[in-house]
Ligand binder design. Structure first.
Ligand code: SF4
Length: 92
């Protein structure tokens, strides 16, 4: 279970999160995943975040979270396994 999944599980504050059930798009880059596939996955996650009613809460949580608790894509921002923001090429 990813940190995002753990956070969202059973917490009323996160009711309505647009990523519920779409964890596969929000996970950090897998060891066997090439950059192109990962980037496409993050773009899809960012599109979902753009529709999310709790985007601001999520962004605030991510910015205050300990880095090791902030992996994968949060509020449209991808983070590496150390919780550092990842810069991707501009979306085509
Ligand atoms: S902003 Fe994105 S990552 Fe955060 S709860 Fe919404 S859909 Fe999930």
């Amino acid at each position: 279970m990813t940190p995002l999944t753990e956070l969202l599980a059973g917490q009323d504050r996160w009711t309505g999160a647009a990523c519920l059930g779409r964890w596969d798009l929000f996970d950090p880059r897998r060891d066997d995943e090439d950059q192109e596939h990962y980037t496409a996955r993050v773009y899809r996650a960012q599109t979902i975040c753009g529709t999310c009613p709790i985007l601001d809460d999520c962004r605030g949580y991510a910015s205050n979270a300990r880095p090791r608790h902030r992996v994968g894509t949060w509020a449209g921002q991808p983070y590496d396994l150390n919780g550092r923001p990842i810069r991707l090429k501009e979306k085509p």
